[in-house]
Write a protein that binds this ligand. Structure first.
Ligand code: SIN
Length: 326
């Protein structure tokens, strides 16, 4: 039987409400890892599980400092020959950012699987126990090896890069971007042969204790380009533009974007559309921008933070490379 580490970080999966029918007015990150495990005694048939509580947060309060602490703890556990894989329980709200951070910084053949829940643990028909059980089954499965960081949620298995929350309340709250789900847990099976994607990694440097600030700016019809300079003046060292359509930059933004790039502030074109890649356009050569490829704005932000931390502008091309290996 494999040995899995369970790193609990909070979220609705560890949430508690006063009433079993309350699925909105609850406290996320209220229950400990031991309580989550106790709710799923069937896990004893899947793996020996060593649980630890790293944080107990509502994931809206997660910061890059938490990503760094989690990444370091996961690295230590992956390097332990006694550990065969890791399950991370997390809130759904910023799971896609944490998943991207782990995917971009951890290179390991051992599975790392994030899971979460939409209903608090105290609710009627809570989804957390089955999601936790399925995540452990995915982490324990021999075919999960070498697939990078995965997200197991709502009976689907997604690669971490490209995953995004797509529903505010429904139980099927995640989608996997263009690659979609690579497998299902009802029952557990995989469709895609590994590796899914030759993602580059940026291992965490020992002294790295914070990440450079990168902001996401949502651009709508008529949004003033002066916002770009305000964010830079306020300390942003890189900008992700969540733009209409295929990362379509309004003409009025050309000079502000070119000016930012000329001052050494990288600007990435992502899309405010929920699904679909952002492809390179001639304006990228003209203005010096970079398309986000398959990553949603939230994950492109993580990639740009890591690039700036590494001080290696070429890393962004490798982290955002849009050549899927199906
Ligand atoms: C959170 O993200 O921690 C709260 C919401 C959730 O987990 O669904």
């Amino acid at each position: 039987m494999p040995t899995l580490a369970l790193i609990a970080t909070g979220g609705t999966i560890a949430g508690a409400a006063a009433s079993a029918t309350d699925t909105t007015g609850y406290t996320a990150g209220a229950l400990g890892a031991d309580t989550l495990l106790a709710a799923v005694p069937q896990l004893a048939n899947v793996a020996e599980i060593r649980a630890e509580q790293l944080f107990n947060l509502d994931s809206k309060d997660m910061t890059p400092g938490h990503w760094l602490a989690l990444g370091r703890r996961a690295r230590t556990l992956l390097d332990d020959p006694a550990i065969d894989g890791i399950v991370v329980t997390h809130g759904t709200d910023t799971l896609e950012e944490t998943a991207a951070f782990l995917a971009l910084t951890l290179a390991s053949a051992k599975p790392v699987v994030l899971t979460a829940a939409m209903r608090p643990a105290t609710s009627l028909s809570a989804d957390g126990p089955m999601n936790l059980y399925n995540a452990a089954c995915v982490a324990a499965h021999p075919e999960s090896a070498g697939r990078g960081v995965l997200v197991s949620f709502g009976d689907a298995i997604f690669p971490a890069l490209g995953v995004r929350k797509c529903q505010t309340h429904r139980l099927d709250a995640f989608t996997g971007g263009s690659a979609g789900a690579i497998g299902r847990t009802d029952p557990l099976h995989y469709f895609a042969p590994p590796p899914l994607r030759a993602w580059a990694h940026m291992p965490l440097a020992p002294g790295l204790d914070e990440l450079p600030r990168v902001d996401v700016l949502h651009v709508g019809a008529g949004t003033p380009p002066a916002l770009l300079d305000l964010m830079i003046a306020n300390g942003a060292r890189g900008i992700i533009l969540a733009l209409p359509g295929n990362g379509s930059l309004p003409a009025a933004w050309d000079s502000a974007v070119a000016g930012a790039v000329a001052r050494g502030i990288p600007v990435v074109r992502a899309s405010r559309v929920g699904m679909g890649p952002v492809a390179r356009k001639t304006l990228d050569d003209r203005l010096g921008t970079r398309p986000a490829g398959e990553l949603p704005a939230s994950q492109a932000r993580v990639a740009l933070m890591l690039t700036l931390a590494a001080g290696d502008p070429a890393l962004l091309d490798r982290l955002l490379a849009d050549d899927y290996i199906p």
